[in-house]
Design a protein around this ligand. Structure first.
Ligand SMILES: Cc1cc2nc3c(=O)[nH]c(=O)nc-3n(C[C@H](O)[C@H](O)[C@H](O)COP(=O)(O)OP(=O)(O)OC[C@H]3O[C@@H](n4cnc5c(N)ncnc54)[C@H](O)[C@@H]3O)c2cc1C
Length: 401
């Protein structure tokens, strides 16, 4: 058990979802938390993200349920279109995602990050526009050097710095050993909502490519996501936004539906977010006094829709186990792993459940569309997903401390 104000200093790298959440709970248990964020402010934007199942229990314990319900996008209709732009199927999104209407929420990613920042700005010390350039775990403490020239010593360092985590790179080396490329590359951006969409998602999916539109209730803009099948990880040159714009333009050039309008918007967008669709799979999430949380440790990819839920719950569990074993990093991180790994991996394994995301060839597209048109969406995958979203019991670490 840890007394309030235990005086142990923790450095958290990254101020998006996992970082502020772990900061919130560590300060709740008496740790002294600094959060360093590479950007100049909490990053806004991003595609709508979901908080489902057990993640809502953590949100409730943080007093965020009401604000999340207010921000909830409440998307009521999801329509799949084929390569000719013809409707294949129109469903309630929960029939596909396994979400629970009335319990789960879908909010713009930036709104969730902002909400978490507001919950923690008075209890954690934030440093924006800075990042770690050297970490030295001396056994009893970790010495840290920052790009700004600051230095510090911490009892623990937590990497909550996302899919391409620099903290992970410091302690475990190159990401190539841990990143699992799922065979897709995506670009997300926003554009004016001149489609008349209201609380609606539309997906155009055909051989090798897919485009998604998501309306954001009460807003004038909508988010777009273009995705292409890609066998190999792109090289760093290929990650250049201009190179990718050109690739997407070429791939979708013959398509109808809303594609010409989307390609025009892609050219004009100044808020592009592009990356491979990848997971992080690691045999261990910690070394010495340094641990990883959220996408840095177990990114599931947006195909699962569980990235933010995993980040939120993982941060809660990590902080809880640190509060139980505050002086014993090995015990704390082993307990974090034991408690969380089955849930994290079950959620990562959600990839591929549901309709075929991007058909590999003309015949599989034809079969998928025919099956969905004649029989609709089977109920079993959504039920399995729902069970997995709820597959961890949120412990009450307060009661133990
Ligand atoms: C701007 C943005 C847009 C996104 N859009 C989508 C999307 O469209 N679809 C989707 O499925 N997922 C998206 N994601 C990812 C999704 O939000 C994650 O699954 C989820 O947010 C996991 O949260 P996280 O806190 O672990 O990591 P992230 O949300 O990735 O946050 C990592 C944070 O660490 C910061 N950071 C990075 N490197 C360092 C460093 N060296 N030092 C300090 N800070 C650092 C980043 O600026 C960021 O604030 C997006 C993430 C971001 C940051």
């Amino acid at each position: 058990m840890v007394a309030p104000g235990n005086g142990l200093k923790v450095l958290v790298c990254g101020a998006s979802i996992a970082g502020p959440t772990v900061g919130y709970w560590l300060t709740e248990y008496g740790f002294d938390v600094e959060i360093v964020e590479r950007s100049s402010e909490v990053r806004g934007g991003g595609y709508p993200i979901d908080l489902r199942g057990s993640a809502m229990d953590v949100a409730e314990r943080m007093g965020m349920s009401e604000a999340l319900r207010e921000a909830h996008l409440d998307i009521g209709k999801l329509t799949l279109f084929d390569g000719q732009g013809e409707t294949v199927l129109s469903v309630n999104p929960e029939q596909f995602s396994g979400g629970s209407r009335g319990h789960d929420v879908e909010v713009p990613r930036g709104d969730l990050a902002k909400l978490l920042y507001d919950r923690t700005r008075d209890r954690c010390t934030y440093y924006f526009n800075d990042h770690v350039i050297a970490l030295n775990d001396r056994g009893g403490e970790v010495e840290v050097e920052f790009a700004s020239g600051r230095r510090g010593c911490y009892a623990y360092v937590i990497g909550a710095d996302g899919l391409h985590s620099a903290t992970r790179q410091f302690i475990f080396g190159d990401e190539a050993a841990f990143i699992r490329h799922l065979g897709f590359f995506f670009v997300g951006f926003t554009l004016p909502n001149d489609f008349g969409l209201d609380r609606e998602q539309q997906v155009f999916s055909t051989v090798g490519r897919m485009a998604g539109l998501s309306s954001v209730r009460g807003r004038e803009r909508i988010t777009a996501l273009l995705t292409m099948a890609l066998d190999a990880m792109p090289t760093s040159d290929e990650r250049d936004p201009d190179v990718q714009r050109e690739r997407f333009r070429a791939l979708f050039s013959q398509d109808k539906w809303h594609i010409p309008r989307l390609l025009e918007a892609l050219d004009q967008a100044d808020d592009l977010y592009l990356d491979t669709v990848s997971q992080i799979r690691m045999p261990s999430w910690s070394k010495g006094r340094i641990a990883l949380v959220g996408d840095a440790a177990y990114a599931p990819s947006f195909v699962t829709g569980q990235g933010s839920s995993l980040a939120l719950i993982g941060a809660y569990v990590l902080a809880g186990e640190l509060s139980r074993h505050a002086e014993d990093p090995q015990a704390a991180f082993a307990a974090y792993d034991a408690e969380y790994r089955p849930f994290a991996e079950a959620n990562q394994n959600l990839v591929g459940k549901g309709w075929q995301f991007i058909p590999a060839d003309v015949e599989s597209e034809r079969q998928r569309n025919e099956r969905l048109r004649s029989s609709g969406l089977p109920a079993a995958p959504a039920e399995q997903k729902r069970a997995i979203h709820n597959g961890i019991k949120i412990k009450d670490y307060h009661a133990d401390s």
